[in-house]
Ligand binder design. Structure first.
Ligand code: AMP
Length: 220
């Protein structure tokens, strides 16, 4: 089963994907995480990706698409996978359809998360991530703080703010790109009949955990 997480930055895609992954055993494949891991290890891919990521721009398809294709070929992704951060453009969605078709698969479910814009910006500024690459748990200093400030509850590693979350220009750029390039995917997947739209907002007391548990109930 191939699940895609759609939604602007800060809507909680990673949180929802993480819970679904834990409950189903499908790996969470986050292109942003793979890039960040490569940046911290200073690999060739990381050095190249950083040129785009640090400004809030998309990494070119020549780098991103083969990276996803290779990841989807790994053993743990054969029964199911949750794509978090890919596809981000219609071109990427078409390339994904092509690569899945080669192995007789298709996109089964697209979870589209919607959050009011002021809440999104606040969430990006208050997001903290675990620096341990094997953990990568995400916190929010307001909505979901760690028990001890700056320390991961799960593994004890220090938490940090993502570089692109601390730069207002990069945040604005990422939201613009989402509107222009990624939001057309909503219609793309609606037409395919696989779209599931979910509101995630403190104002309606519905956060990522609630959405994720409802989805797990429906797909299990
Ligand atoms: P994310 O962690 O999903 O917010 O992604 C962080 C950054 O990684 C983005 O702002 C892009 O620079 C890059 N990135 C992640 N996924 C993709 C993708 N599918 N296509 C191009 N760039 C991506």
């Amino acid at each position: 089963m191939i699940i895609i997480m759609l939604g602007a930055q800060g809507t909680g895609k990673g949180t929802v994907a993480g819970i679904i992954s834990k409950q189903t055993g499908f790996p969470q494949i986050s292109t942003g995480d793979i890039f960040r891991e490569n940046i911290s290890k200073k690999t060739e891919l990381g050095i190249e990706a950083d040129k785009y990521m640090s400004k809030g721009n998309l990494v070119p398809d020549e780098i991103t698409v083969p990276m996803v294709e290779n990841r989807l070929k790994e053993d743990d992704a054969q029964v199911g996978a949750i794509l978090d951060g890919f596809p981000r453009t219609i071109e990427q969605a078409q390339k994904l359809d092509e690569m899945l078709a080669k192995s007789g698969k298709k996109v089964d479910l697209v979870v589209n998360l919607i959050t009011p814009k002021d809440e999104i910006i606040d969430r990006m500024l208050t997001r903290r991530v675990c620096t341990n690459q094997d953990c990568k748990t995400t916190y929010n200093t307001k909505l979901n703080p760690p028990k001890v400030e700056g320390i991961c509850d799960k593994c004890g590693a220090p938490l940090k703010q993502r570089e692109d979350d601390s730069d207002p220009d990069a945040i604005r750029r990422r939201l613009e790109i989402y509107e222009e390039k990624t939001s057309p995917l909503v219609d793309y997947y609606k037409e395919k009949g696989v779209l599931r739209t979910e509101q995630v907002s403190i104002s309606i007391n519905r956060l990522g955990n609630d959405v994720a548990m409802d989805i797990v109930k429906d797909i299990k």
